[in-house]
Write a new protein. Structure first.
Length: 260
């Protein structure tokens, strides 16, 4: 069985190793794959992006275990859903509806609730072991309407503009915003556009970083289908003054796309 792990644990502490140890006690032959453990603490937008952009690359019956913000509510519930013949397990913290939106099917809640991170992790490990042995039928659990993600976590769409937020900054300091190619084209409707980034403006979508000279800024859609602001062989985040979106962030950190 393949189990992917996603969390905001970081590597300064031993939480990632402990989580793997708990899983391997129940599933000694499992293949544990780290999606990412450096999600900004409590940053739901970034966690959602990392899960959404990764899960489709895995084979059927993969289990995606999110350890992000488990104790968002105390006591905590274990939620599970099936999408594209894969399982996604998460706490009730808004991750599932934000990530899968209208593709989200039935969400089931385990009949046991817990009051600590370790209890939740052990519950998840037991449930996954049951899946591996064919003993976990999720349909026996009650369905649940998961916590709905706040509207402010989505791009704000108007007739002639979209206001977007930074949801991820990769190691090269390329900046990912919460807008997909499909969403962009649906609003663009063939019109010209300009992307306002603090004091800079972009009016063209590139196919690759090398489409512009070295040190020039550009905009493209990355392999996950999300809009990305970058600088060819440069650090867009630092040079353009862009940071991850936070709820208390000032308005000038929004990236505005205007259609002309």
């Amino acid at each position: 069985m393949i189990i992917t792990l996603l969390s905001d644990f970081g590597y300064q502490d031993n939480f990632v190793g402990v989580a793997k140890g708990v899983l391997l006690q129940r599933l000694p032959t499992a293949r544990l794959i780290d999606l990412n453990h450096e999600v900004e603490p409590f940053h739901l937008l970034q966690c959602s992006y990392l899960l959404k952009s990764a899960y489709a690359n895995f084979p059927h019956h993969t289990v995606h275990l999110s350890l992000f913000d488990i104790m968002h509510r105390n006591p905590a519930s274990l939620l599970v859903t099936e999408i594209d013949s894969q399982y996604v397990i998460s706490a009730d913290n808004g991750l599932l509806p934000l990530t899968f939106n209208n593709r989200l099917g039935k969400v089931y809640v385990h009949d046991r609730i817990v009051s600590s991170y370790m209890e939740w992790l052990n519950l998840a490990a037991d449930f996954i072991a049951g899946l591996d042995q064919g003993n976990s039928d999720i349909s026996r659990f009650q369905t649940l309407e998961p916590k709905v993600h706040p509207a402010r976590l989505q791009a704000v769409v108007k007739d002639n503009s979209i206001e977007c937020q930074v949801i991820h900054i990769d190691r090269y300091e390329n900046v990912v915003i919460n807008l997909t190619r499909d969403e962009f084209e649906a609003q663009r409707r063939g019109r010209k556009f300009r992307i306002q980034i603090v004091r800079d403006t972009l009016t063209h979508i590139s196919n690759d970083y090398s489409d512009v000279p070295v040190s020039e800024k550009l905009c493209l859609f990355n392999s996950a289908g999300y809009m990305e602001i970058a600088i060819n062989q440069g650090k867009a985040s630092s040079l353009l003054g862009l940071r991850l979106h936070h709820e208390r962030q000032l308005i000038y950190q929004n990236i505005k796309i205007e259609f002309l």
